[in-house]
Design a protein around this ligand. Structure first.
Ligand code: UDP
Length: 245
């Protein structure tokens, strides 16, 4: 039997394929189990390695998924290969599809007001049987916010949170305790894509695992943040040398 978790640079990744994960999540939602899903790319792993609190937040999730080819390659280098990359965006879309088939409800928190409104419109158009429990932009006063109560009252099955790294996982961690059920997932820039504001890499680039390069070419201002990927690989090789001794 394979191990259910694989530790890569102090993060416990779920050793699972996308299809297996979807089956598990579908069951969890039907059973009204509370679930925290993190889709972790090298940037998240690097951030978590510099911030202990964030690291424990990530490891408190029920499922940490390898979102990024870097994580999958890293797992192979360290000798415990993860089966595949599961892109956060794809996982969100699959959950919306399942929600549409099963009549689940979903709440959307984050991004700029016009972006989230357009994203919700598009989601409603593509998934008409999914119930929209509500939405709110991601620029609110954290301390004085009544958003958690408002979401709680609606009892959504899915709660997607796009507040950027590390805020979205922190928000989920701080608030999930007050909920009885729901699948919580940080979705980064997904509302920007769903609203049509930002384009995802064409499928060929995705298949070649070059989505990161496409993003870099389209948004060169992200180059500093994208240094996380080579730095992550350096850390992986260091870890390999260390554990060989
Ligand atoms: N965002 C937000 N509130 C914030 C910071 C970011 O709603 O205080 C949104 C932002 O508008 C975008 C999403 O979070 O839609 C992802 O932001 P970014 O690309 O900076 O983060 P990443 O997930 O790539 O780290």
């Amino acid at each position: 039997m394979r191990n259910s978790k694989i530790n890569i640079l102090n993060i416990d990744f779920e050793n699972i394929t996308k299809n297996e994960l979807l089956l598990r999540l579908r069951d969890y939602i039907s059973e009204r189990k509370k679930t925290f899903v993190v889709t972790a790319n090298p940037e998240i792993v690097m951030y978590a390695n510099q911030d202990n609190k964030y690291q424990s937040i990530i490891n408190s999730a029920d499922f940490v998924i390898a979102d990024g080819i870097g994580v999958v390659i890293g797992s192979k280098v360290l000798g415990s290969p993860l089966p595949e990359r599961i892109a956060g965006f794809d996982l969100m879309v699959e959950l919306l599809k399942l929600g549409n088939e099963n009549g689940w409800s979903a709440y959307f928190l984050g991004s700029k007001k016009d972006v989230i409104e357009k994203a919700v419109q598009n989601i409603h158009h593509s998934f008409p049987s999914l119930q929209i429990a509500g939405w709110h932009d991601g620029y609110f006063n954290w301390e004085a916010s009544t958003i958690p109560e408002e979401i709680r009252e609606k009892k959504p099955d899915l709660i997607f949170v796009a507040l950027g790294l590390p805020r979205q996982e922190k928000w989920i961690y701080e608030n999930i305790g007050g909920f009885e059920n729901g699948l919580f997932m940080g979705v980064g820039g997904s509302f920007d894509v769903l609203s049509g504001t930002v384009k995802r890499a064409p499928i060929v680039w995705q298949k070649l695992n070059l989505e990161w390069l496409y993003r870099l070419l389209k948004q060169p201002s992200r180059w500093k943040r994208m240094l996380a990927l080579p730095l992550f690989m350096v850390k992986i090789f260091r870890e390999k040398l260390r554990t060989k001794k």
